[in-house]
Design a protein around this ligand. Structure first.
Ligand code: PMP
Length: 507
């Protein structure tokens, strides 16, 4: 029997997790589905024998589930170790892909086609690549990448690493709600822009970007560019026909425009924080690349995916059930996906259609597939439930500490529309009387887990780039904390958390 006193003690010692944007617990059901893949079905998915075949079948089933959830083709889902790697693959892969394009153009000019040239370079021990990397990763052409100011570090730092290698990086600003400026994007796009990377839901403030509007801006730009280039191409091909009978019917080369593939710029969306609450239909959103993460949707860590639009096939679902290695085109020992725009940075055995070599993390991928299926099924219910506890937290917090205010959009709106709304699970709150670093430590000691985008401690303070991008002054950034909520969060936990916060604040 639990006495009243005991119950009170139990309640007081209860740990309260309000950091679901950092990671979510693996659902029991997901764990159960993963279990056999640690010791029973442990084969290497690349092996021909039945152990391997069972493992690859499990991976393909997970791929099928995820492809279906995002309305993609089976082969368009590339498993990675998580969102960071998927973001790296998107940025580095596209930029390196433009280099291949450029070489292809040069190759074609010299009578050698693109894959043949790439093979020759590989056979030459990548000497040429290594040499070129010392200066710029491309020779005549300088690719440009546009990233929003509030991207996750795995996008921003990758972009800055590429910048050191000669890529131009342009930062797309956001307004005070944390929404990107579409007009500004229009003015930033140019013929050298190969990639635009904008996240769907921001991990620090929960702002939701108007992805299909962004893709419309990019599509309009591509169409206008195509028309201009096509006109140029007709003129040029007439001129060059005598020398190059195989010239493409449209312009891809780099004359006075610099590099100008007709399919660029591509749009990459980091949807790691979005999938749990927002439908991520790649067709409706109009994305070319999209990042997903398992650990944000009650799946295990160590799995993520990059959706890579298959540029050559218009046939949906045709490949379901076919083993992934049978799908690509085998060239010079590497399995090459039909997307011409992405070059892998992890090379080796050619797994994941050649985009990500290395033996797959079978249990994690199986868990990810299962978590994605459950997230898809429960999305509407979860969004409603989590919004409810999030709003309850805010009302309760304001009762004990009326000075608190929200960063980003300060209206608790939520819906299935795309823009001007906040994700259900995040509140970034400003405590004017507090220093976030200290309050987080005190809260942790009181059993409440929350976080801050800022790397802050009593001695040093590195302000959050997201809050800075909103134009917030540094005192405000110093006093801001992110609370994030999840499906397991209860009203009782919220009441208890607010009671403890009240005590800490001395209110
Ligand atoms: N993108 C976003 C939007 C995220 O929130 C995170 C995780 N905080 C990542 C990328 C990186 O995810 P991971 O650490 O699992 O690779």
């Amino acid at each position: 029997m639990v006495s009243k006193g005991n119950e009170k003690m139990k309640k007081q010692s209860l740990k309260i997790y309000l950091d679901y944007a950092a990671s979510t617990p693996v659902l029991r059901e997901v764990k159960r589905v993963m279990e056999p893949y640690f010791s029973d079905t442990f084969g290497n998915p690349g092996s021909l024998h039945s152990f391997g075949q069972e493992a690859i079948a499990a991976i393909d089933a997970a791929r099928e589930t995820i492809a279906k959830a995002i309305h993609a083709e089976f082969r368009e889902v590339i498993f990675t170790s998580g969102a960071t790697e998927a973001n790296n693959l998107a940025l580095r892969g596209v930029v390196f892909g433009t280099r291949e394009w450029e070489s292809g153009i040069r190759g074609r000019e010299s009578g050698i086609n693109l894959p043949a040239q790439a093979c020759l370079r590989r056979q030459a021990g990548n000497k040429e690549l290594g040499g070129r990397r010392k200066g710029s990763i491309t020779r005549g052409f300088r690719p440009k990448v546009i990233v929003s100011a509030i991207e996750h570090e795995s996008v921003l730092d990758t972009a800055y690493a590429l910048e050191k290698d000669g890529v131009e990086v342009a930062v797309l600003p956001v307004d005070k709600r944390g929404i990107v400026d579409l007009k500004k994007l229009e003015t930033m796009l140019d013929e050298r822009t190969v990639l635009v990377s904008v996240m769907y839901v921001n991990n620090e403030i929960g702002s939701v970007q108007p992805i299909s509007k962004i893709s419309e801006v990019i599509r309009n730009f591509r169409n206008a560019k195509f028309q201009t280039l096509n006109a140029k191409s007709i003129a040029e091909s007439t001129m060059l026909k005598a020398h190059q009978p195989t010239i493409r019917p449209f312009y891809i080369g780099h004359l006075d425009f610099g590099f100008a593939g007709e399919a660029y710029p591509l749009l990459h969306v980091d949807a790691a924080q979005a999938f749990e609450y927002f439908k991520c239909d790649v067709g409706r959103l109009g994305v070319d690349l999209m990042t997903l993460s398992s650990q944000k949707i009650y799946g295990p860590k160590g799995a993520g995916a990059l959706f890579v639009k298959n540029q050559e096939s218009g046939i949906k679902g045709q490949e379901s059930g076919i083993r992934n290695k049978e799908l690509g085109v085998k060239r010079d020992g590497a399995i090459i996906h039909n997307s011409k725009f992405l070059i892998p940075f992890v090379t080796g055995g050619g797994q994941e259609f050649g985009f990500r070599s290395g033996t797959e993390n079978v249990p994690a991928i199986v868990g990810f597939g299962n978590a994605a299926m459950l997230a898809e099924k429960g999305r509407a219910k979860h969004a409603k439930q989590v919004t409810e506890v999030r709003n309850y937290f805010w009302r309760e917090l304001k009762k004990i500490y009326p000075q608190a205010s929200m960063n980003g959009d300060n209206e608790l709106r939520i819906g299935n529309k795309e823009s001007g709304i906040m994700a259900p699970h995040i509140i970034n709150a400003y405590f004017p009387t507090e220093f976030a670093g200290d309050l987080l430590v005190k809260m942790d000691m009181a059993g409440i887990a929350a976080s801050s985008g800022s790397a802050c401690s009593a001695r040093s303070f590195v302000p959050s780039h997201v809050l800075e991008a909103l134009g917030l002054p540094s005192e405000r950034i110093r006093g801001s904390i992110r609370f994030s909520f999840g499906v397991p969060t209860t009203r009782q936990e919220i009441r208890e958390a607010v009671r403890r916060i009240k005590k800490l604040l001395g209110e």
